[in-house]
Every structure is written in C-alpha cells, then in structure tokens.
Design a protein around this ligand. Structure first.
Ligand SMILES: [Zn+2]
Length: 332
C-alpha cells in the first residue's frame, strides 16, 4: 500500500520509511549545499600563469549514490572520479566532444568509469558498487585499497574523429586525485594540482563533494609553481571547506593566495545519462544475427540495463530481428 498524505497507512515499516524520507527531504532543503546541479567556477590569474577550476559536485555525486546505492568507500571513489571527469570535460575544446576516465587497479571495486561532456555533465559507475573494507588509520575511507594500485588510468577523448585520443598512465595510489595529477604530468606534460573529496553521511547519503583542478599555463615561472604548491599544502580538505560553508570563490582565493585572479565563467553541470532505446537498437543492429539470437531469455525477451542510470529496456525476439534487418525465419 502506497503512503499518502491523508490515507490510512497500516504498515508500520512504510510509515517509518515515509517519515524518514520526509525528514531527509526537509533536511535537504535546509542545507544550502544541496543544490540541484553541481557548480564550477573557472578562474585565471591576472599574470596568466595559471588557471583554476573549483567545483561543488555534491548534487552530481548524490545522484550517483541514489542510482547505484554503493557502499561508502565506493561512493567516495566514484564521486571523486565523477568530479574529476566533470572538470576535465570543461577543458574539452569542441562542443560535442566527450571524455571518459577509466581506472582499474585490481582492487575489489573493479573498474570505475566516468564519462563527461564538454559542459561538465557526467555519469559513471563502479563494476562492484558494494565493497566493505576497514577505514584507514587516519579514519578516512580507504579509496586506494578499494580501487587498487596495480593497473592503469585511462583517459579517452572523443573529438568526433575516426579514432578517440587515448592516454594512459600507471596508477599511483588509487586515491584518484593523485592519479589524475600524475596523468597530466606524464601523459600530457601539463603541471597540474588536483584535490578531490567526498564526505559521506552515516546513512550513506552524500554530505558534500567537490574538487579543485589547477593547471600551469605555458611559460609559467618557477616561483609560481612553488607558491601554488605551498598554498595547496596549507589548504584544508575540499570537503571541510565546502561543509564549513565556504563559497567556491573563497576556496579559489585560498588556493590562489598571493595571486590576483578573475572568474572567467561558471557552469552548472548535472548527472546526465544519454542512454535511449535508439542507441541500444543501433548496437543490436551492428551485431551478428547468431550472437543476437542468443540474447533472448526463455520468454523471448532481451533485457538491457544501463550501467550508468540503471534504466531497464526490453526487446522482444521479433524486435531484435527487425533491427538486424534479417527475415524472421518462421518465428511468427
Ligand atoms: Zn542510462
């Protein structure tokens, strides 16, 4: 029986769930960080030595948590990767370009993947969303052990050409931010500072999430690098700054302490999956008929679940055959 505002609710558990959801929504509305979209500001120093992006990705990571229901450590790992992908997506040059980051370090969570468009709208998943491992000795979620350290971080940019650009570097720690920094230094030769953070509530919802990506522009003098490194080392964690109510502009001011800077632009990316029946149909159309005919279950139905948004699509055997443009071979 569905709970309603005025109806009689007989199931005690439903009442409990209903009340809990009601209070969660109420708290959500009270918390100013719980916006419906992420927010990113892009800044440049007046001496044009570096650019900075600062992001509040709480809404995006919260949506990922709502869809995938991962354990806390996977929410943290996936949330960090989604935040990085969103900011890296904003660095894409073409409007229709997209970026995919994939990391697999042999840890229990398996491959973690995030895809972003040029507006920073992103989606992602972890192959094993439920991983329970002890906290680190400093009390933090052990993302590095969940992801693992033996493997590669891939970054793929699809810029509309025949082949996507693919770069990859060995995983440094599996903690994501370090791995992104290492990727930029070694695969793209761009000195980069990256900080990412996700704070998970005891009820496994996302309290805050965010990140910083700083990149030195060409011909940047050495003393700039030293100063930025000092700033970042003395910076509080991204989640404690966001949770403490600091604005993105103030956080940027701290990261760029000693520099004059201006805000170039601002974005409001969301968690967005582009899956559709048409897209899946195209994939089926490209398959060999023999392979395609092994997909339906005993009732003749093929079920496809989108990894990114958990949406379920059903195709009948006949629909598959029509897609494959082959005669129905007496199956009617
Ligand atoms: Zn989807």
């Amino acid at each position: 029986m569905a709970p309603s505002d005025e109806g009689v609710i007989i199931d005690l558990d439903i009442i409990r769930v209903y009340k809990l959801n009601y209070y969660k929504d109420w708290l959500k509305n009270l918390n100013p960080n719980r916006n419906k979209t992420g927010r990113v500001i892009r800044c440049i120093t007046k001496d044009a030595s570096l650019i900075a992006m600062v992001m509040d990705s709480t809404a995006i990571v919260a949506e990922a948590e709502r869809i995938h229901r991962p354990s806390a450590v996977v929410t943290a790992g996936l949330g960090r990767l989604l935040t990085a992908a969103s900011m890296m997506g904003l660095l894409l040059k073409g409007k229709d370009d997209s970026l995919t980051i994939k990391i697999n370090g042999g840890g229990p969570t398996g491959t973690v993947m995030a895809v972003s468009d040029s507006g920073g709208n992103t989606r992602g998943y972890a192959v094993n969303p439920i991983v329970e491992i002890p906290l680190r000795t400093d009390g933090k979620l052990d993302v590095g052990s969940a992801v693992g350290k033996n493997g590669l971080l891939y970054v793929m940019r699809d810029t509309g050409g025949s082949e996507p650009y693919i770069g990859c570097t060995p995983i440094v720690s599996g903690e994501i931010a370090e791995d992104i920094t290492n990727y930029y230094a070694n695969s793209e030769q761009i000195p980069t500072v990256c900080a990412l953070g996700v704070l998970v509530n005891p009820d496994l919802t996302v309290r805050v999430a965010g990140g910083i990506l700083l990149q030195l522009l060409p011909f940047c003098p050495d003393n700039v690098i030293d100063r930025v490194e000092k700033n970042i080392a003395s910076l509080d964690s991204m989640t404690s700054m966001l949770d403490g109510g600091l604005s993105l502009e103030k956080i940027c001011g701290r990261a760029l302490s000693g520099f004059e800077f201006e805000v170039l632009d601002e974005y409001h990316p969301i968690y967005r999956c582009g899956c559709s029946r048409e897209r899946i149909s195209r994939a089926f159309a490209a398959m060999k008929t023999e392979e395609l005919m092994q997909l339906p279950d005993e009732k003749g139905i093929t079920e496809v679940t989108c990894h990114f948004c958990d949406k379920v699509y059903h195709f009948t055997r006949d629909e598959l055959l029509v897609l494959n443009k082959k005669p129905a071979e007496g199956n009617n």
